[in-house]
Design a protein around this ligand. Structure first.
Ligand SMILES: NC(=O)c1ccc[n+]([C@@H]2O[C@H](COP(=O)([O-])OP(=O)(O)OC[C@H]3O[C@@H](n4cnc5c(N)ncnc54)[C@H](OP(=O)(O)O)[C@@H]3O)[C@@H](O)[C@H]2O)c1
Length: 269
């Protein structure tokens, strides 16, 4: 069984590679500008915005399954077009596809979002992730679309942002709620989905909804940092139009998967 991890140099992609190699899978991983820190992965360079290059790589590697993680926050061509290219090429070679989506495609509201809630994007990154889902579903209706939230764990840029805010170098929103998930739990869930046949969107996030500022306080407690230094703000005060309260209801994933999705209160206890 050959697994192709597109974006193996990324935070999640690297952990998917690590677990897949540990499972004894044959893993090919792609990089764009970075590198793969996991031995046992066959590394290939790929720009997902290059449709012909994506098709050529998939035709050569002929993977049984593909995990698609690439995105750039402010680059539609990578996040949306790139996802479409990977889905099209995966379908062409008959590979099982697990595509990484995001809670950022929702606008925010007081009640939790179910797996099947359609996207309601309010900013360009969310719109690109929504467009990616539509393109992936059109190219490959059997693909699993993993809607996830803030990815935490060792090396997380979300946790680094909290450290920066505790040092006064950044500010955390008090009015944005998310459901953080540990990178190892998410990677294990992704690999379970690789082996299954789940099709369509699936919320895979932690059970605890916290504001970014609350996440900062949890990081301060865990790392023994002074919480008084935490700099906070609101999206409204910053003049930004961003998703507000986004709680993902992951009950379906909890019922479907063996992987336990730990909450951030447990992870950062
Ligand atoms: N991080 C979060 O908190 C979070 C929350 C919700 C959803 N997600 C979703 O989860 C997925 C993984 O996130 P992550 O934090 O692990 O991402 P990440 O660490 O930023 O990694 C992004 C990956 O995309 C690759 N990439 C960028 N431009 C590319 C291009 N033109 N061609 C090919 N590859 C390209 C990067 O390659 P190089 O480094 O080699 O350039 C890297 O491997 C994303 O789809 C994201 O939308 C993340």
């Amino acid at each position: 069984m050959t697994l192709l991890v597109v974006g193996a140099s990324g935070f999640l992609g690297g952990e998917v590679c690590r677990q897949a190699v540990a499972d004894g899978r044959s893993v090919v991983g792609t990089v764009h500008s970075g590198s793969v820190g996991v031995s046992g992965v066959v590394v290939r360079r790929l720009d997902v915005t290059d449709r012909a290059a994506v098709r050529a790589l998939l035709a050569e590697v002929r993977p049984d399954a593909v995990v698609a993680t690439p995105y750039r926050y402010d680059d539609w061509a990578v996040t949306a077009d790139g996802a479409a290219h990977v889905a099209y090429a995966a379908a062409e070679v008959g590979a099982r596809l697990v595509h990484l989506s995001s809670d950022a495609l929702h606008a925010g509201r007081p009640s939790p979002y179910s797996d099947d809630d359609p996207p309601t994007p309010v900013f360009p990154y969310g719109a690109a992730k929504a467009a990616a889902e539509t393109a992936v579903r059109a190219a490959d209706p059997g693909a699993a679309l993993v809607r996830t939230s803030l990815i935490v764990g060792e090396g997380s840029k979300q946790i680094q942002l909290c450290r920066d805010a505790l040092a006064g170098r950044a500010a955390l929103f008090t009015d944005e709620l998310r459901c953080p998930i540990d990178v190892s739990d998410l990677a294990a869930a992704v690999l379970e989905l690789v082996d299954g046949d789940y099709a369509g969107p699936l919320n895979v996030a932690g059970p605890d909804a916290v504001s970014r500022a609350e996440l900062g306080l949890l990081v301060a407690r865990q790392e023994g940092l002074d919480p008084a230094g935490l700099k906070t703000t609101t999206g409204a005060a910053s003049g930004l139009h961003r998703p507000t309260e986004v709680r993902l209801d992951s009950a379906r994933a909890v019922g479907l998967l063996r992987t336990r999705l730990r909450g951030v209160a447990e992870l950062l206890a």
